[in-house]
Design a protein around this ligand. Structure first.
Ligand SMILES: Nc1ncnc2c1ncn2[C@@H]1O[C@H](COP(=O)(O)OP(=O)(O)O)[C@@H](O)[C@H]1O
Ligand SMILES: O=C(OP(=O)(O)O)[C@H](O)COP(=O)(O)O
Length: 403
């Protein structure tokens, strides 16, 4: 277990700088409410009620992507969950940010602009290098304490996550504490029966990197989403278009095809790929095609097909534990929700031990009328949770635990 300090150790009346993970789906420019807001609201409310001056940092999207937007809407959504006003300033550490921080009263909260809009936040560098950035050097002297609640971003060595804890007394927030304990406990748990991992989502690089290390814990991987399409492409099928505006597929293919090919060579018998896929037909209805019938790369696929869902359903019903990392399709559109909802319902209906992770995947549970009570643990983390399952330390947690 980690040795980090928690909010129970924080003295009263502090000026506290808090890192949240409010990274959310953005549809037509509108930030979508999701579990990250209500989970982090617990930490923010506790700090406000304790009379601290609370300044919040978070990121949204990656520079160049469609979902790389301001945090202005996030402040309003968060305020609704906290039940108190949360101010917003459209600067991360510029003059207006410093002025707003200095004029904050006890019990008030303020959200700063998207950390990734500063040059210092990215790219990944050592905590020591990040601690020396202008971003950290400007803000740290304005605070008494730093709280990291962003477990789901703790695998990134970015300034707001690893620089501040070297400069300020550092504490874990309530979400960090809960997620860390749950995911660390899961990593060391042993199962007698079959352990299955459903792998999907769009951030294929995060998951492919760790699949080899999970190969001894996990008996069977069921693939879908963009990650699954990369595997199908490596297996010789003509699938995989970029998802408009997100530049996902080709970059991820370049970065990962070598690893995927060796995974298929070394662990092919543990990996099940979709046998059919779904797409938008001419009449805008869901249409399906067997993977063996795809002979040219002429369309994008948005879900796994019905035969695949049945096959995955049987594997899940015969498993003792099921871990989910990422959605199997574009479930936000009901036509392409069958894969994601199918595996989640199979898990919910059996008494297997389960963990569902992926920033967006946890949203599907509520969206399709399922209950979180039917799952062992619903994590708001994707990449961080899957890395934790391998037992690999997360840099953001590691710096919190330093003396
Ligand atoms: N075939 C696909 N095409 C487009 N988007 C997809 C596809 N499969 C999954 N997705 C999207 O991936 C997102 C899943 O993200 P999530 O489950 O949080 O995993 P990640 O951690 O990879 O972001 C969902 O919002 C879903 O719409
Ligand atoms: O949403 C996140 O990760 P996740 O989708 O793996 O849960 C985190 O906010 C990290 O974001 P990043 O993967 O752009 O660094």
């Amino acid at each position: 277990m980690s040795t980090f300090k928690t909010l129970d150790d924080l003295e009263s009346g502090q000026r506290v700088l808090v890192r949240l993970d409010l990274n959310s789906p953005v549809e037509d420019g509108r930030v979508q409410d999701n579990r990250r807001f209500d989970r982090h609201a617990t930490t923010v409310r506790e700090l406000m009620e304790a009379g601290h001056r609370v300044v919040l940092m978070a990121h949204q999207g990656r520079p160049g992507d469609d979902d790389f937007v301001s945090l202005e809407q996030h402040a309003d959504i968060l305020a609704e969950h906290v039940g108190r006003d949360v101010g917003f300033v459209d600067s991360t550490y510029g003059e207006s940010a410093v002025e707003a921080i200095e004029s904050l009263e006890e019990g008030e909260a303020l959200l700063l602009e998207n950390t990734r809009m500063t040059d210092d936040e990215l790219p990944e560098e050592s905590p020591e290098a990040k601690a020396e950035t202008e971003f950290v050097g400007t803000l740290a002297p304005l605070f008494d304490a730093y709280v990291n609640d962003a477990y789901s971003a703790a695998h990134r060595s970015h300034a707001s996550l690893v620089g501040f804890p070297l400069e300020l007394p550092a504490y874990a927030g309530r979400v960090m504490e809960t997620e860390y304990e749950a995911n660390t406990a899961i990593a060391s748990r042993e199962f007698d029966g079959r352990v299955t991992m459903v792998v999907g989502g769009t951030k294929a690089t995060d998951v492919i990197d760790v699949m080899n290390n999970l190969g001894d814990t996990v008996d069977r991987f069921l693939l879908g989403g963009i990650a699954g399409e990369l595997f199908l492409r490596a297996a010789g099928h003509d699938v995989g278009f970029d998802v408009a505006g997100m530049d996902l597929f080709d970059d991820q293919w370049e970065a990962n095809h070598g690893t995927i090919e060796s995974l298929l060579d070394d662990r092919g018998d543990q990996i099940t790929l979709a046998s059919d896929l779904a797409y938008e037909g001419e009449d805008d209805e869901r249409a399906e095609i067997a993977v063996s019938d795809i002979d040219e790369k002429d369309r994008g696929y948005l879900d796994v097909g019905s035969d695949t869902v049945s096959e995955y359903d049987s594997v899940i019903r015969d498993s003792e534990a099921v871990f989910v990392k990422g959605a199997l399709g574009l479930f936000e559109d009901e036509r392409f929700s069958k894969g994601t909802v199918g595996v989640l319902e199979a898990i919910a209906e059996t008494d297997c031990f389960s963990v569902v992770g992926g920033g967006d995947t946890s949203r599907a549970i509520e969206m399709y009328g399922m209950s979180e009570d039917d799952f062992g643990h619903v994590s708001i983390a994707g990449g961080a949770y899957i890395r934790a399952l391998t037992g690999e330390p997360l840099v953001g947690v590691e710096v919190l635990s330093r003396d």
